[in-house]
Ligand binder design. Sequence first.
Ligand code: NAD
Ligand code: G6P
Ligand code: MN
Length: 440
Amino acid sequence: MKTFKIAIAGGGSTYTPGIVKALLLKEKDFPIDEVRLYDIDEERQNDVALLTEKVIEEFNSQMKLSTTSDPKEAFEGVDFVFSQLRVGGNKMREKDEKVPFKLGVVGQETCGPGGMAYGVRTLKPMIELVDYVTAYAPDAWIINYSNPAAIVAEGIRKERPDAKVLNICDMPIGMLLRMAEILDCSYESIEADYFGLNHFGWFTNVYVDGESRFDELKEYLSEHGLVTPAQSKDSQHSDVDWLKSHSNVAEMMQLFPDYIPSSYLQYYLIPQTVIEQTDLDYTRANRVMDNREKSLFDAITHLKETGEMVEGFKVGVHGTFIVDVAMSIAFDERKRFLLIVENKGAIPNLPNDAMVEVPAYVTSRGPEPIRMDAVPLFYKGLMEQQLASEKLIVEAATEGSYQKALQAFALNKTIPSSEKAKEVLDGLINVNKGYWPELV
Ligand code: NAD
Ligand code: G6P
Ligand code: MN
């Protein structure tokens, strides 16, 4: 059986041990002889590698783990690159959240002005990564989690249209897992129809063993949101902040009962609720630094001091999903996933060149999106506005245009006026010195 080589870009990520564990759990069907971690922060990556090595040892696996900050060493001859960069780290995520919040609008990692700020920081390093992989492993697929995935996907489509990149998001999977728990069925028996953009989409039907259970599900969700009757197996999205997001699905469904919205739509549709629920001095970035990041690095310190392994990380839907997508490519499995792909007619009344999130079958030649009916005007209008904002922020970043950045901010639904757009944009330019290209 062929064995595979995988590079993980952003090797120092909090998700690395979980992804490697997800690979080990599937090792019999998907043999990996080598995992190479690649990061610009060698110290962080070496620490994460120590714990990851221990995970490999526990599986008695022959999988070889190495670390490097040299792109050639990292990517030459690999079959897949899993990408998970966080440009600027959580310290900059905190600014993406707090600068807008303090000016009265939503501040979030991937949505609204915070997402656009993170996007402008990320595009150049992401395109550089695509170029390294194209040079050193021209046949490899990059499976990209790096956020903001919608903006990253559009940037790569525009700047490197032929690159073998598949952009993915674990949120729809996390939501489906919760839906299965609410409907009291297995995750494997559930399938969904869905349309949208990344972090901006709707489930339009949900089937269990081929039969629609949508009405029943919608009834539950408009009362309880996506809060499951018992502790959810989606441990990755289960802390206090996530529970608020899941509950907010109820408010959105009471307003617009047609479909089930991605919980991320709360930032666009009910921003007042989100702002009222937020402690402006302790945002999501603070919680992530104090929990996910800290528990991983505490486990690493413990390992260094005692040689003992305490978990400190989760596999979650995140690890399982990226491995399943890679396997569908590697073995031409044609599995159906919700993915971020170029529209090319899948949603007939959106532009062909829009990066949309839709169901797609994944083969060894990449994703084959399914075609669906035209979407109703309200949803089309929302998506067109968001798409225009995403395209403009990509153009702003690649052309160095202040005017386009202002247009992207002014068009974004999270920002109520053009005066506010300018104020928030200027605030974000100020804190992103050294990360953003100059906008003139
Ligand atoms: P993290 O800060 O723990 O790790 C990110 C790593 O990327 C760090 O080690 C950092 O040094 C490295 N890095 C930054 N710039 C780099 C560059 N130019 N080249 C190589 N490495 C670089 O972040 P995290 O919380 O583990 O998240 C990682 C990424 O995954 C983020 O972008 C996050 O938003 C994303 N994510 C996406 C999804 C999704 O659904 N698409 C889900 C979860 C996480
Ligand atoms: C979900 C989303 C990701 C996002 C993550 C944030 O998984 O799909 O795109 O990065 O949540 O989680 P966090 O715990 O870092 O707020
Ligand atoms: Mn996501």
